[in-house]
Write a protein that binds this ligand. Sequence first.
Ligand SMILES: *Cc1c(COP(=O)(O)O)cnc(C)c1O
Length: 360
Amino acid sequence: MSRVFNFSPGPATLPLEVLEQVKADLPDWHGCGMAVMEISHRSKAFLEVAEQAEADLRELLNISGDYAVLFLQGGATLQFAMAPMNLSVAGQSVDYLCTGSWSKKALKEAGVLREVNIVADGAASNYTDVPERSSWQCDPNAAYFHYTPNETIGGVEIHDVPDVGTVPVVADMSSTILSRPLDISRFGLIYAGAQKNIGPAGLTLVIVRNDLLERVEQTVPAILRYSTFASSGSMTNTPPTFTWYIAGLVFDWLKRQGGVEKMGEVNQRKAQRLYQAIDESGFYANPVAPAYRSWMNIPFTLARPELDAEFLEQATRAGLQNLKGHRSVGGMRASIYNAMPEEGVSALIEFMAEFERRNH
Ligand SMILES: *Cc1c(COP(=O)(O)O)cnc(C)c1O
């Protein structure tokens, strides 16, 4: 077997221990003579898996009983629609902070249903910076305030939860959830597609404050209401059982690593080392304002863009894969989620230095 260091933005690398466990569990899971994805979601054996995963997630993020944890499908993109449908009613306006590609998509979808107030827009900096808090035009009567703590494509991360008074905060945490400790009580709603920092694609995690479940209008179809899933243990219909099981293995792995406190330390160190290597080189550059540099997705350009293809080809040969930047940004992007070991970052830094020596 030969594994590479996989810097894919998502679906992304998973811990090898988790993959080995999945392999060992197939095709005879817990001695039941069947694979976990072959059994009923309502069976006692699967309910135990589902409940343990939720309990472990609650423990990792210290989620109180004031919040429901939902295991949904449809990706973060469905949440772009479900959030306004569930947390606001016709005629209400909603606040959105625009910091890049994903917040743009979220606010565009909300705009289909509601009046969207863009509190601030990072366009002037080409989304390499976040407008000063003092310049934001927040509406104190907004149904909620939405932001994207980590812009996966631009590599822009807001490291502190914005203070917007009593307006509930909604966050698309797809590419940063579980990367560090989080004060859940600051949020009304958190959602995250699983395929960045949780598990395989197909599962969307939603953490929603119970009192907000009551806002939904009866014109919203039941299958699109959070309350439907909250009252059925996310088993209104068949949930993505195999992904849920793997997410559970990842949560257990995170606990064994020392939880999100430890992950936060490691992630910050991994990111700092890579940014330092970029900044100290005369060859690589990252455009993001230092205060908003992401710990998870690190875009960088080469001083000689004509070498991009060669960089990628040689990196691939060195076992460093999926470093190509998003088509909208160009250059490179290293996604270094929880499951990317420090050795992977070290190997990338060494490769980059060597490539610079040969091509500067
Ligand atoms: C990947 C991503 C999405 C889209 O997720 P899907 O699961 O493909 O819908 C949305 N927001 C952010 C921040 C992302 O990183």
